[in-house]
Design a protein around this ligand. Structure first.
Ligand code: ADA
Length: 557
């Protein structure tokens, strides 16, 4: 499944599924045993490679009847070099954002596609580093083959505008001309029977067309009624023949910050939910859509309304499901706990900028995404760190003027980047890493923040929680028991839920997830065990506790 809805009728598009060949590749280039795997998948799902960190190559014969094709890779973990018939056609770094290869003047028929993948840690990788989540290896999200005319629609960004109680829409479309010279084409969009006409365009290599249109009879998107609309752009040539199309699904909602409150469609909202890693049992980061759907239902069943995509851009099919279910999403660029030294990696700024660009360009239209986050627990207490935060916030504001920005900090009152954010967020672990009483701990944090530029901004507790090993129960309620995890969860939520200055409580975390071996010493089972369900989604005591607590918060907006 490519998306949860049809994105093309005119353009031919198919997912390259089925069996691929795979083998490991040593640093010296020697190839290992040939295996037959499904894509998407992680190579850790292959017996003998459960712990493999290094290089591998996937191969597949593809067939096309078009001379212009685009191969879209939704996620390759973490570095990809793509070859078609032995010729290099794409290179990409980062497991969590999509990229594509355009090939023109191709002969019709069969072609050999090879994808060299590397998930090793080195100076070449500034964001995928040994961490408290696993950087899996493989083609972990779908691969798509498109057959294109000379002219195609590369992306379409749809911005809802609420004015005097009525909805307008700004539509910005990027067109690409693969042929020489200039083409004269017509571009028009359609939404719910309403035509949005861009008229005639002259396109040489690339062009952007942007218009704002009045709309009638539009229903707002919100959790109670996540109303979605299909908006289709169609490109016709000089003869009136349709040569390309692009459909996306949009929701009309406005998100803004007013004082220390977060407003959706001019009503205050309170975020209560979970951090979620993309990790499931033996399948690792290649989480099937069925499990994504199950996760959202399991999260909603607790009375939660929010998911934070800790700590990277998520699979867009998951975001499609969030749009449909009306769940709020805090999506964030890829980074977790990087020190200043790690942020000084020579590739860090470019790799971070690429990730942010790719995240916003491909996920801009999802109404469920209410805010963008960056740099979870990175060096926001240093001048150099601040320089990086400012760069990333600046890039996000260039790309998207509609969503508030935040960053989950563990530098607290020493954080010197809170003036750059719209919302201030903190990861805190009273009763787990420190045995402080949660109420007093938060009161101290709040007064510390009020002495900084964070004062008066909406404040979210973006992480809190405790470890609990599935199945470990004890009258002693010692640490790592499910019993202790449930008690800590209940104590914290009960003490924090009534605080009007908080705009959200996001628990760490929804499900257990595998961590890199370098973290194994303080991560039983080489997993982060703070999930309220285990890696197979089996509920722990804390799941029922948090359901009881979140449902009690129903009285809040
Ligand atoms: C940090 C971090 C999370 C996770 C958590 C923990 O807050 O942001 O990714 O590592 O701590 O489990 O300690």
């Amino acid at each position: 499944m490519i998306r949860l809805f049809e994105t093309h009728v005119v353009r031919k598009q198919k997912e390259i599924t089925g069996t691929w060949q795979f083998c490991t590749v040593s640093d010296g280039g020697e190839k290992g045993t040939n295996r037959f795997v499904q894509v998407p998948s992680c190579w850790e799902s292959i017996h003998g490679l459960e712990d493999y960190r290094g290089k591998g190559v996937y191969a597949k014969t593809i067939r096309t009847q078009s001379e212009n094709i685009r191969l879209i890779f939704k996620g390759v973990s973490h570095t990809a070099d793509v070859f078609l018939d032995g010729k290099p056609i794409a290179h990409h770094y980062n497991a969590y954002t999509e990229f594509y290869a355009l090939v023109k003047n191709l002969e019709k028929g069969d072609h050999k596609l090879e994808v060299y993948v590397d998930n090793s840690f080195s100076e070449q990788s500034a964001l995928h580093v040994a961490n408290d989540y696993r950087s899996y290896g493989g083609i972990t999200r779908p691969v798509i083959l498109e057959e294109l005319d000379d002219l195609f629609l590369r992306w379409m960004h749809v911005t809802p505008i609420l004015e005097n109680g009525a909805w307008k829409v700004n539509v910005k479309i990027q067109l690409v001309n693969l042929a020489d010279g200039t083409r004269t084409v017509k571009l028009r969009c359609e939404i719910e029977g309403q035509t949005l006409d861009f008229g005639t365009l002259e396109v040489s290599e690339e062009a952007e067309a942007e218009r704002t249109f009045e709309l009638t009879n539009i229903t707002a998107w919100n959790p109670e009624n996540p109303r979605l609309y299909l908006l289709t752009a169609t490109l016709t040539d000089e003869s009136g023949k349709a040569i390309d199309d692009l459909t996306d699904r949009v929701g009309f909602r406005e998100i803004k910050v007013e004082g220390d409150k977060i407003l959706l469609n001019n009503k205050r909202i309170y975020l209560k939910g979970f951090n979620r890693h993309e990790d499931y049992g033996q399948l690792g980061a290649a989480v099937p859509v069925e499990i994504m759907s199950y996760d959202i239902d399991t999260i909603l069943y607790t009375g939660a309304n929010t998911i934070r995509t800790s700590h990277y851009p998520n699979d867009e099919r998951f975001l499609d499901l969030c749009d449909e279910r009306g769940i709020f999403v805090w999506e964030e660029g890829h980074a977790r706990g990087l020190s200043e030294a790690q942020m000084r990696n020579p590739h860090f700024k470019r790799q971070s900028d690429d990730c942010i660009n790719e995240m916003v360009v491909s996920h801009y239209n999802h109404p469920s995404i209410l805010m963008w986050g960056i740099l979870n627990e990175c060096a926001s207490d240093t001048e150099y760190g601040r320089e990086c935060y400012a760069l990333q916030y600046g890039r996000l504001r260039e790309l998207d003027k509609t969503r508030p920005l935040t960053s989950a900090s563990n530098k607290y009152e020493k954080d010197i980047c809170m003036d750059l954010a719209d919302i201030v967020s903190f990861n805190i672990y009273p009763r787990w890493y420190i045995d402080d009483e949660p109420g007093e701990y938060l009161a101290n944090l709040k007064s510390g923040v009020d002495a900084t530029a964070g004062k008066g901004k909406p404040m979210i507790i973006s992480e809190f929680g405790a470890g609990g090993i599935y199945g470990y129960r004890s009258f002693t309620k010692v640490k790592w028991t499910e019993d202790r995890q449930a008690d800590i969860t209940k104590e914290i939520i009960t003490k924090y839920a009534g605080l009007d200055y908080l705009s959200g409580l996001i628990l760490w975390q929804y499900c257990d997830g595998r961590v890199d071996n370098e973290w194994a010493m303080n991560r039983p089972k080489t997993q982060n065990n703070k999930g309220v369900v285990d890696i197979y989604r089996q509920p722990k005591l804390a799941y029922y506790t948090i359901k009881e607590c979140f449902e009690a918060i129903k009285t809040r907006p």
